[in-house]
Structure formats: structure tokens, C-alpha cells
Design a protein around this ligand. Structure first.
Ligand code: ADP
Length: 377
């Protein structure tokens, strides 16, 4: 006998876990200085000082004063891709393997290393692989190909339209929200069952090429769209198997009163999101398509910011319905789902305003204690 459990909807009796799951984990990563920074900033002192041992970042306000901000982790420019993965994404991946939904998101100005951190394929050097590849590597090595399944959809969200990066002819894919379970799905998007890591790497490469082609056709930059990888994990677990049972798993089983010896199928979903560049688009002088773009381009990003502010302020109204991005995140962000945000910054003094706004975005996300509301709205 099998019981299929939409596990992310399971309420938790363990308050410690609930709090841990409800809080967004926020890390900051500083991109190494590039040649352009070095040339343009030769006269400027650094605007941020990292204190990784204190998990703090000092932002220079002016020549005389600076302000300190605390994060869950602060990565200096020498942090490896592996370390970033282990700290930011691995806990979310483990939670997904235990049957909970989860989200990992990268936020920041264009050029600060979001795509490098999240989507790098590491074609020439595996140590450069980003979060998407490392997550799949972990998921595939933990699941059994015979009994479990790992499937992916890869999408681009541009001007409130969802495009399939694995089947570029599919555009304007509608979002379906199950009124009973609250489960969010994209029935029109292609879902590919992953055979092994090479298969996944090929798909990512195809997705990247399609993204490039679609954006050339639309005459826009990839930095203006969000790239979203959805990973659907389905695992069969023998209840009497005692290996790898974590305390989280025990709580999960206790919650469900699962009886020993009954095989359980666990379904969960991981979203890995490379957000559009957070820089403001100058609306002045834009006409036609560009003006339209300026209005809609960051609707999803603005809406994400509004939801984060509302959650941080414990507001009774969380405007999740305002954009496609927040609707997509609805069942994977908050409640029992685990969420990690990595905010990306550079050192260039000419981007002081954008850097400050990125740090503030991260700080507001740090204040979110209970995200259960995201589901209630
Ligand atoms: P974004 O996606 O935020 O626009 P990218 O990921 O494209 O930024 O990064 C901009 C450039 O900086 C790329 O050439 C990328 O390879 C490089 N880069 C970013 N972060 C790092 C890093 N930690 N180490 C080495 N190169 C990096």
C-alpha cells in the first residue's frame, strides 16, 4: 500500500522547525573586482568592508561614517562556488530531499555575478559549477533512478510572460493554482525526466541557447528576465529503513502518523531563480517597446520586493497575486518550505546607490520571521 503525500502542505508540530523553515536565510556575496572596476575606481576607496568572521558588512555612508549590517553569511571575493553552494543551497536541497518545497534565489544588479553563482555550467572547470548543477548533482546522487524520479522545467519570465526554455515555441504559459491544495503548477511547460548529470548539463546548455535566441529576437538582454529552474523530486521511502533519518524527517513522519513498514512516496519541488537585474531602468527617453518594457520589466521584481517588505513588517496583507513571479513562488516560499536568498554586490563606487539598495533588500528579507502568511493571502 502506498500513500502519496503532498508533503510541503504538511503542518509541523515542531515549533523550532517551523521557525527555522519560516525564516529566509540571507547571504551576501561580493564579486571579485574586474578590470573595469579597477580602472573606474582607481581614486575611490572601497565602499563596503566585509567582516566575514562576524557575518557582517560595513557600508561606507560618507568619508566619516559607516553602518554595519548582519547577514546569515558574508562571502568575500575569494569564496569558492562550492562553499557558496554548501552554505546557501545545500540545506534547501536536503530539505527538498526530505519532502519539503524550497527556493534558492539570487538578487542583485546586473554584472554582480548572479548567473555565475546560480547557473554556471563549469564547462572547462567543474569547480566553477554553480548552484543549479551542484543541486542536481546532490539530488541525483541521493535518489535511485529505478524507483524515484527527478524532473525539471526550465523557464524564463520576461515582461510577465512565462516562456519555456526547453521548448521555445511555448510562450505565455499560464500558471495553475490548485484551489484545494494551493499547489502551483505550469501544465503547459515541458517537464523532462533527468537520467544523469550529463543529461541535465545538456538541458541547461539548450536552455541557455534558447534564452539567448529568444532575447535576441525580442531585442532585449538576458539580464532583464528571470531564469527559473523547477526541479520536481519524487522519492519512495521504506518506512523501516533507518538510514539517513534526520530529526526533521522524524517530525515529518510523526506529523503524518506514518506507520512503520509502509512505503511512502514523497513529492517536493525546488525552485532555483536567477532574478532579473535589480537596477532601475531609466524610463526617460524610452519609446514604444522600450517604454512598455520599462513599465513591465521589473513588475515581478517590484512585487517580490513588496511581498518581502510586507512579510518583514508582519503586515496582514501580502500582495502575492500581483505578479507571475510571486504567484510561482507561492507554494515554495514560506510555510514549511525553506528559502535562501543570496544578494550579490560589487565594489564599484559608481554603483553605490544600487549596492545600498541591494543590501537593504537583503536586510528586509532577514527580518522575515514567519512566512506562513504567504500562503494565507
Ligand atoms: P549577472 O548575472 O549578475 O549579470 P554574471 O554572473 O554574468 O552577472 O557576472 C558578470 C561577470 O563576472 C561574468 O563574466 C562572470 O563570469 C564574472 N564573475 C562573477 N562572479 C564571479 C566570481 N565569484 N568569480 C569569478 N568571476 C565572476
Amino acid at each position: 500500500r502506498r500513500s502519496v503525500i503532498p508533503s510541503s502542505r504538511t503542518p509541523h508540530s515542531n515549533p523550532e522547525y517551523q521557525q527555522e523553515a519560516g525564516r529566509v536565510r540571507v547571504a551576501v556575496r561580493l564579486r571579485p573586482r574586474n578590470l573595469e572596476d579597477r580602472i573606474s575606481d582607481s581614486d575611490f576607496a572601497d565602499i563596503v568592508e566585509l567582516q566575514p568572521e562576524l557575518k557582517r558588512l560595513k557600508l561606507r555612508k560618507n568619508n566619516w561614517s559607516s553602518e554595519s549590517y548582519r547577514f546569515d553569511e558574508v562571502f568575500t571575493e575569494t569564496a569558492s562556488q562550492n562553499r557558496v553552494y554548501q552554505v546557501v543551497a545545500k540545506p534547501v536541497v536536503e530539505s527538498v530531499l526530505s519532502g519539503y518545497n524550497g527556493t534558492v534565489m539570487a538578487y542583485g544588479q546586473t554584472g554582480t555575478g548572479k548567473t555565475y553563482t546560480v547557473g554556471s555550467l563549469g564547462n572547462d572547470d567543474a569547480s566553477e559549477r554553480g548552484i543549479m548543477v551542484r543541486a542536481l548533482e546532490d539530488i541525483l546522487s541521493t535518489t535511485s533512478t529505478a524507483f524515484d524520479s527527478v524532473e525539471v522545467s526550465y523557464l524564463q519570465l520576461y515582461m510577465e510572460s512565462i516562456q519555456d526554455l526547453l521548448a521555445p515555441e511555448k510562450i505565455n504559459i499560464p500558471i495553475h493554482e490548485d484551489s484545494k491544495t494551493g499547489e502551483v503548477s505550469l501544465p503547459g511547460a515541458s517537464v523532462v525526466r533527468i537520467k544523469d548529470l550529463d543529461h541535465f548539463l545538456q538541458l541547461l546548455q539548450i536552455g541557455e541557447a534558447n534564452r539567448h535566441a529568444a532575447n535576441t529576437k525580442l531585442n532585449t538582454e538576458s539580464s532583464r528576465s528571470h531564469a527559473i529552474l523547477m526541479v520536481f523530486v519524487r522519492r519512495s521511502v521504506q518506512e523501516n529503513a533507518t538510514d539517513e533519518i534526520t530529526s526533521q524527517e522524524k517530525t515529518f513522519r510523526a506529523d503524518l502518523s506514518v506507520r512503520s513498514g509502509v512505503p511512502v512516496v514523497r513529492k517536493s519541488k525546488l525552485l532555483i531563480v536567477d532574478l532579473a537585474g535589480s537596477e532601475r531602468i531609466d524610463k526617460s527617453g524610452s519609446e514604444g517597446h522600450l517604454l512598455e518594457e520599462a513599465k513591465f520589466i521589473n513588475l515581478s521584481l517590484t512585487s517580490l520586493g513588496k511581498c518581502i517588505n510586507a512579510l518583514a513588517e508582519n503586515s496582514p496583507h501580502i500582495p502575492v497575486r500581483d505578479s507571475k513571479l510571486t504567484r510561482l513562488l507561492r507554494d515554495s516560499f514560506g510555510g514549511s518550505a525553506r528559502t535562501s536568498l543570496i544578494v550579490m554586490i560589487g565594489l564599484s563606487a559608481q554603483h553605490y546607490a544600487e549596492t545600498t539598495s541591494t543590501i537593504m533588500f537583503g536586510q528586509r528579507a532577514m527580518r522575515i520571521v514567519n512566512m506562513v502568511k504567504l500562503k494565507e493571502e
